[in-house]
Design a protein around this ligand. Structure first.
Ligand SMILES: [Zn+2]
Length: 254
């Protein structure tokens, strides 16, 4: 029964507990190449938030990790069976209700730990920040916290070597043998600006990749996953500590 995991703790503990920072992990439910589970982003969000929360808690941070939201923005995967889409405008409504609770109850710091590339909380937090000026609202995509090149050989951003290594480390029973995985080849746009990355258009997933993966997972190992998990949770724990400690009204360096 971990006291910093809301789903595990109880009213007896909570009613006396000081909470300086709420953490909301946010995942997605979607196909991850042939070999990883639909819950990959949720599993990553659960484990990374819980472990970072543990590190921060043990160093004295009054943190509370809320249950992971299991659905994300999958507008580009509308023809992939059972990829469950939440529209960005729905995410705004969900977040608004959660922030409303925190704000009313005097928990004025919220960190969203994002686990899915299609989720973009920045415009939403801009809008909610205007409505709730007492709230310190922060979002961080854990997969952008480190330089992946230092941990993995193959590039990618979906069901790639990084995600496969993580799931091999966290929930190995849920990974098919890597011989069954596709190569995660990405077809590039014919529009040069998009191909070069300085213009953007949402990727139509079923046209961009054959197996729903982007990035070759074949070189994944659980050892790589463990090394990355330890580094990324340490970094997320530091973010939690910094957020909990900072004076919101005086939060910029001189
Ligand atoms: Zn993923």
């Amino acid at each position: 029964m971990r006291p910093y995991i809301l789903a595990e703790t109880n009213w007896k503990a909570i009613k006396e507990q000081q909470i300086d920072l709420a953490v909301l992990p946010w995942g997605a439910t979607e196909a991850h190449n042939y070999h990883l589970p639909y819950g990959t982003d949720v599993i990553e969000a659960d484990y990374i938030s819980a472990e970072a929360g543990r590190i921060a808690w043990e160093q004295g941070t009054k943190v509370m990790v809320l249950p992971t939201i299991p659905f994300g923005v999958n507008t580009g995967q509308s023809d992939i069976t059972l990829d469950i889409n939440l529209n960005p405008s729905t995410q705004l409504l969900i977040l608004k209700d959660i922030v409303e609770v925190l704000n009313r109850q005097g928990i004025h710091k919220l960190l969203i730990i994002n686990s899915h590339g299609g989720n973009d909380f920045k415009p939403i937090l801009r809008e909610l920040g205007l409505k709730y000026p007492e709230m310190f609202l922060v979002t961080c995509s854990w997969f952008q916290a480190l330089d992946k090149k230092e941990y993995f050989d193959e590039k990618g951003d979906h069901a790639d070597e990084m995600e496969t290594s993580l799931i091999l480390y966290l929930t190995p029973d849920l990974v098919l043998p890597l011989e069954e995985a596709g190569e995660g080849k990405e077809r590039k746009s014919k529009v040069r600006g998009i191909k070069e990355g300085w213009a953007w258009s949402e990727r139509k997933w079923s046209m961009v990749t054959e197996d729903t993966g982007i990035g070759n997972p074949k070189a994944a190992t659980k050892e790589k996953g463990e090394r990355y998990f330890k580094a990324v949770t340490q970094k997320m724990a530091e973010l939690m500590q910094d957020m909990a400690q900072v004076d919101f009204r005086n939060r910029y360096e001189v």
